[in-house]
Design a protein around this ligand. Structure first.
Ligand code: ZN
Length: 466
């Protein structure tokens, strides 16, 4: 399905694959709404490597399309996908992390939102060397939330965390400097702060290179682009800057980084992630404004005993225990009425979201990617409470036509009886931030589902958010 015209091996055990075809051809593969495309993409890479280079070990596989880096995948984790759940479950219990091959201290610090210094101190490391199998303790005190105490001011808090009052306000979407005891103030991780504080105040454009370029590339990657932090302001970097600029009408769309673009990059990074704290509640709202912590994985993930569109084990078969048994009831009841449903995609981990979004961003641009799929942490699928449903009548796709089929209509009329709602209804795009998705159901419990259905609300409206 994918044709690679060649490969190169870099000294740090990175395999670079060159994809055939032009960008538009590649983009076609990701067209439509089928969420499992990128999975096939990974599978394609894996098969290619297995067939062509069976004896070489890699840490990372990078896929290039001309000068464009399409994807960068940790190869060891692709091979060990089935066991990754077990490892993650362990993290939650003892707050320790087992170093995998290909990990660097920087990557781990980034993954857990802690700073390298802190990580080294708590683990008694004198340098940055780590080895696969090593157990690292992840500090839990840096969850990024400060609870306001009596007498605190925003000035004191910002000074304490080395951030400006203005930045703290943007990050917390505060309209004034007033804070009250018990308020939760979100503190950006020190990596994020470094990324924004080190952005050059000057002008950088195509052909430039150096540390300043690297920092711009880091900032873009923080927003979900996948570009190489090479320090060269190449065509890809220019494209990403242009794509970013195109989202703001006040920015000139010229692909040149300057003070205005810098200001917007900082704002975008700071306002990007507002982390919810009731993440395990069945009523948690996760959307483009409120996201889940990067390390959140629901407890009690199980595979619901329902019909899926595919046979093999996959993380996306999982759901939280409570919603899994409700889904089973829903499927049984549908079948009794002659309606055959198929489950397609449930739980989605943070890493998986990051990959999907990155690939879509690089092929379709940030605005487009945003309309179709969530940035990491912003997908409701990470709660384990959502499932995408499809049917044979739409060729097992996730398409809006599903809403017009017998199965889609049944789902809309009956979901609430089992505690589910159609999460992104027609005509509510402005409230939910998503276009109509007749296939995506979300568990909220029977009573609330009924109320939401009766009053024709969205979860945001029910929870009085926005
Ligand atoms: Zn969905």
């Amino acid at each position: 399905m994918y044709n690679f015209i060649g490969y190169k091996i870099e000294s740090d055990s990175t395999l670079i694959l060159y994809l055939e075809g032009d960008l538009s051809e590649f983009a076609k593969e990701f067209n439509g709404l089928e969420e499992n495309k990128s999975e096939r993409f990974e599978e394609g890479i894996l098969n290619y490597v297995k067939n062509n280079m069976p004896n070489i070990k890699f840490k990372t596989v990078k896929v290039m399309l001309g000068p464009l880096l399409i994807a960068s995948l940790p190869f060891s984790s692709m091979q060990a996908e089935a066991s990754s759940n077990v490892e993650k479950a362990q993290i939650q219990q003892d707050e320790a992390y087992i170093v995998k091959s290909g990990d660097t201290l920087y990557k781990i610090a980034n993954k857990f939102g802690v700073d390298i210094g802190e990580l080294k101190e708590i683990n008694n490391l004198s340098n940055n060397m780590i080895y696969p199998g090593q157990k690292l303790i992840i500090p839990q005190n840096l969850k990024g939330i400060y609870i306001v105490k009596y007498g605190d001011t925003l000035y004191e808090i910002s000074a304490k965390y080395n951030i400006s009052v203005e930045e703290l306000r943007i990050h917390n979407k505060l309209v004034s400097n007033m804070i009250y005891p018990g308020d939760e103030i979100y503190i950006p991780s020190s990596d994020i702060l470094q990324t924004i504080h080190k952005l050059s105040p000057g002008i950088i454009r195509l052909g430039h290179n150096g540390e300043d370029v690297k920092r711009v590339q880091r900032a873009l990657n923080t927003l979900g682009y996948i570009i190489k932090e090479s320090g060269e302001y190449d065509k890809t970097t220019e494209w990403a800057i242009k794509d970013f600029q195109s989202q703001y009408y006040k920015l000139m769309n010229d692909g040149v980084y300057g003070p205005n673009t810098r200001e917007y990059l900082i704002k975008a990074i700071l306002s990007d992630h507002r982390i919810v704290n009731n993440f395990s509640n069945t009523l948690v709202v996760v959307n483009k404004e409120y996201s889940l912590p990067f390390d959140y994985e629901p407890e009690n993930l199980v595979i619901p005993s329902v019909r899926f569109t595919f046979e093999e084990y996959d993380e996306k078969k999982l759901l939280r225990h409570d919603s899994a048994s409700a889904l089973k009831e829903l499927f049984i009841s549908a079948k009794k009425e002659g309606v055959i449903l198929y489950a397609q995609s449930g739980y989605r981990s943070y890493d998986r979201q990051r990959q999907i979004f990155g690939i879509k961003t690089m092929t379709r641009g940030m605005t487009e990617a945003n309309r179709f799929s969530a940035k990491a942490g912003e997908s409701e699928h990470q709660t384990g409470l959502a499932m995408d449903i499809t049917s044979e009548s739409v060729g097992f796709r996730l398409s809006q036509n599903f809403g017009e089929t017998k199965e889609g209509k049944w789902l809309k009329e009956n979901s609430y009886k089992f505690g589910f709602i159609i999460r992104y209804p027609k005509g509510k795009e402005r409230v939910t931030g998503y276009q109509y998705e007749p296939w995506h159901i979300r568990y909220v419990g029977k009573d609330i589902a009924k109320e939401i259905d009766d009053k024709e609300l969205t979860l945001e409206e029910y929870m009085n958010i926005k």
